[in-house]
Design a protein around this ligand. Sequence first.
Ligand SMILES: *Cc1c(COP(=O)(O)O)cnc(C)c1O
Length: 409
Amino acid sequence: MTVFPQLVIPETLAAGPGPGNTDPRVLEAFAGAGVADHMQKDVLRGMIESKLMLRELWGTKNVYTFGVGGTGWSGLDCVESLILPGDKVVAFVNGTFSSIDGLTIRIKASSLDDLAADSLNPKPKNVITIDTPHGQSVTGEAVDKALAEHKPMWAFMAHWETGSGRVNDIKGFSDACEKHGVMGIVDAVSSLGVGDFNIDDYPGVVAWASCPQKGVLSLPLTYAPVSFTDKAIDVLKKRGCYTYVHHPIFEARHWGVIDGKDVDTPTYHRTHSGYAVAAFHEALRIILSYGRAAKANDYSYHEKALRQAVEGMGCEVTSDMPSLIVLNLPGKLAGKEKELVQGARSQGFGIWPTLSEPVQVRIGILNQLSADQIDEIASRFADAMLAMGAEFDKQQVMSQLKSYYAKAA
Ligand SMILES: *Cc1c(COP(=O)(O)O)cnc(C)c1O
């Protein structure tokens, strides 16, 4: 028998696309919760209050708004379970994550024959994938054109594609879905808790999913927020779906949503953790007290600061997301992206390469909304570049960053 020594995980600076640096208050809530079962009254109250705060954060009156235990893909599995074998779907893909969503959708829309033909990468004819090149955004015109041509039942898009750091046209997507009578499904993993938007302003979208660890900043494995319109739930009630654990109607019962109505007597769906509920509840309290609009402003403001700093180091930024910078290294370092990222990561500076071609560097600022924190990220990235032989004047870059903040103040 082998009993390993106790696992020690160091504190790193999470400066990637996610997970974000968890707020100490969230960790305290997690560790400070008492042992209580999943039907204890304060655990249930915490779930109901979280559901109400989630509606605030999503900007929605959708009754079917709740958290799916797990990670972003758990929430996405729940919303993408609306899709049944044979359904016609158009999936808009422009990077790593929307590609994985596309795979999930192809799996769900597959017949038994489609699965047997290529079980890990099925290609049912009823799923049409519209590829937008890495580094570009999905436009409303592209969505309109594809939906007019294919007339699917469902359309899928990522709100913000974290793989390439691009903001896609959510209004154009929703408008095109409405115009063509298509039900939209959106991966809002990266935008919830970072951007300032109300999902009720996009009625062409019937189902949304996000995650615990990005803008919501509640990593200690908690909940992936999801929201469904009544229309989506009606379709689901009529047709059903192939899951118990991620079944939106079953799952919502534990959050006090039964038969389309809020009730104060939730029923068992699965064993929720009081620790996770307490942490998630605290994370939602933090965002809502900060203010969704204030937070969105702060992300844009600090992203601009970091963007100018890395441009000052000779990098070319190709992203337009407020919480993430995706960049090409200057000519001399081109091709050394992975090496640079590995070097930084070995020093506890958690930046990322892109996960699919082309290879670029990704630096995120989740929960790093102060001049000091951006200064540290810029300084550590400058050191990583200089160690690889880049040529720029670090002092000049850092003093430009200081003057950005001085001017703003
Ligand atoms: C991070 C991310 C995911 C996956 O989330 P996990 O928490 O890793 O499951 C899916 N979609 C997008 C757009 C993401 O940014």
